[in-house]
Design a protein around this ligand. Structure first.
Ligand code: AVJ
Length: 319
């Protein structure tokens, strides 16, 4: 494809990994941003997580989309510019595109240009006539929507996968506010949220028997070794996933198994035995709780769909 067709957001910076890692590991309570879990290996491991018996999230959302495709598509309707937060490589996107009768444009937004262009090309081949306009951007920052011809009658954001769960409430609020500003006076948001449920189900989903989730977490240390010249020994750390009942979220950490010093380039980082690096939150909502939260940022809950077990929900929120 012609790279000139790709909208490149000025907000994209690729040199922040090092700064973010050092910043996170210099704090009294160490953290690493979850977005860095998804390098090539991390993305492969995440795909494996999605196949696990214990990880109900992906298959439940897909089943909701399949079962309610026509009802969901009807809310978004014709001549829409469908803007997906993420590259659109998943089956869920195709279920939605299959059900939409006449989208004006499909706009996948992703920080990884390579991944984005690959999936955009695949979608162009699968949906001839679909106007695919990929945008390379970090969607946590404001970005410009592409122009499309003929113009779309309205915009619908699609934010599947319960990715919103990775954000703390203030961060999620900021994102919703930014979406509302980009939507203007009309438009909507179709969002997948993971629901509160039995703690044992959650623990199993985030600390599976085969250790795939553990490998996914610990890959972040390997990525730091590879890309930033670190010397983490991943055998001296372990994966931990705990449900915080007060904040309704899974908290994923990498825990040091010993007192140790790790270097990253010229920097030395001390770890005490038992010390944790927080890598990920996965917030669990209720439909009403999320609707109330989104209302603060100008969204009204219009319709929601869920599965028989009430494990996951897809919400349509409008301005
Ligand atoms: C991609 C953020 C939806 O929170 O369920 C899965 C990430 N991390 N297992 C989630 C994840 C470990 C996932 N999200």
């Amino acid at each position: 494809m012609n790279p000139a067709n790709v909208v490149q957001s000025s907000a994209v910076r690729t040199d922040t990994f090092f700064d973010d890692v050092l910043d996170g590991l210099s704090r009294p309570a160490k953290t690493l941003p979850s977005k860095y879990l998804y390098d090539e290996r991390g993305s492969q491991l995440f795909d494996q997580i999605c196949e696990l018996d214990e990880y109900y999230v992906t298959r439940t959302e897909l089943a909701i989309m399949q079962q309610h495709a026509s009802s969901i598509a009807r809310q978004i309707d014709t001549d829409v510019m469908l803007v997906e937060y993420g590259s659109g490589s998943s089956l869920k996107t195709r279920v939605l595109l299959d059900a939409l009768s006449r989208p004006a444009a499909y706009v996948p937004v992703d920080i990884s240009e390579e991944h984005l262009l690959k999936t955009a090309e695949r979608l162009r081949l699968a949906y001839s006539g679909l106007n695919v306009l990929p945008v390379v951007a970090d969607f946590t920052q404001p970005f410009r929507l592409p122009d499309c011809e003929p113009p779309a009658s309205h915009v619908a954001f699609y934010f599947p996968g319960s990715t919103i769960g990775n954000f703390t409430p203030p961060q999620a609020g900021e994102l919703l506010q930014q979406m509302a500003a980009m939507l203007g006076q009309q438009g909507g948001l179709l969002i997948g949220i993971d629901l509160q449920k039995d703690i044992d189900v959650l623990h199993a989903a985030y600390d599976d028997r085969e250790g795939v989730t553990a490998a996914f977490s610990l890959n972040l240390l390997n990525r730091i070794n590879r890309e930033l010249g670190g010397n983490f020994d991943s055998d001296r750390f372990e994966h931990r996933a705990v449900y915080n009942t007060l904040h309704h979220r899974i908290e994923i950490s990498i825990v040091s198994l010993a007192d140790q010093v790790v270097s990253i380039g010229d920097h030395a980082i001390d770890f005490a035995a038992g010390e944790a690096i927080l890598t990920e939150y996965s917030h669990k909502y209720t439909v009403d709780g999320f609707a109330t939260f989104a209302r603060k940022y100008g969204f009204q809950l219009h319709k929601s769909w869920t599965d028989a077990q009430n494990y996951f929900a897809v919400l349509h929120l409008v301005i």
